[in-house]
Design a binder for this molecule. Sequence first.
Ligand code: HPA
Length: 281
Amino acid sequence: MIDTKLIKQEKIQEALSSICRLTNFKPRLALILGSGLGDFSKNISVVSSILASEIRNYPVSSVQGHAGKLIFGYLQKDSTHSMPLLIFQGRIHFYEFGSFDRVVFPVTIAHYLGVRKLIITNAAGGLNSCFSAGDLMLIKDIFNLTFLQSNSKSSKQDYSTYTPTEYFDHKMQQIVLQCAAQLKIPLQQGTYCWLKGPSYETPAEIQMLKRLGVDAVGMSTVPEIYTSYILGMKTIGISLISNLAAGISLNKLSHAEVTETANNVKERFSELMENLILSIN
Ligand code: HPA
């Protein structure tokens, strides 16, 4: 296992102690649920539920649709049950704290709790002309236009040692493609671009990103992907195309539209996620 000094060890230790006082559950698979996707399944058998505010040093999101809850339990459906799960309802965005370390705190905690596989979801704006609002997209590659890879000076060295060409786990990618095919849920594939936000892009910026080959744009996910890679976790990412990007969409973009689309595709998203989670072992 790769050793990491990404975030000060005392901060992690204190957070882990808070969690261990509240549960002794040992998760193996984690899910990060993006904007409006927090409430994805009725079939979760909850063993423990912890509020972010109950955990020392844990950043609490102020963004609507990001509940800030850690759910420990299993997915149980038709007499099968999943691996032990840790579900992050809501995530931290870089624009909330201006700190990379805070954004990756949840993934780091998951690693130290024993999580080895990670599914990251997000809401994103669609650029690809074949995409519609409500589509799901498997992230095949990432584009980091913030050019940030770490926060603190001390972590620079850790990151510079890693030069991956591939951040994602092929086996998990194959599983999600098979699940989507079986369920007859169309699953797009493409490149996700991370921008800092918090405002949405201008139509001119979107035209530039389109020329660069970006399929979907958002304000999250890439920091978590870097960190999970360094920590040796097997990871995949799925975007919900919550809107067509600025200038492509005829509507004025809003967070309300993002959460509304998430609500409309909840059933499809849940079905895919449930099948995926039950297929991973
Ligand atoms: N741009 C950036 N982030 C987003 C968007 C968007 O259009 N939709 C959801 N998150």
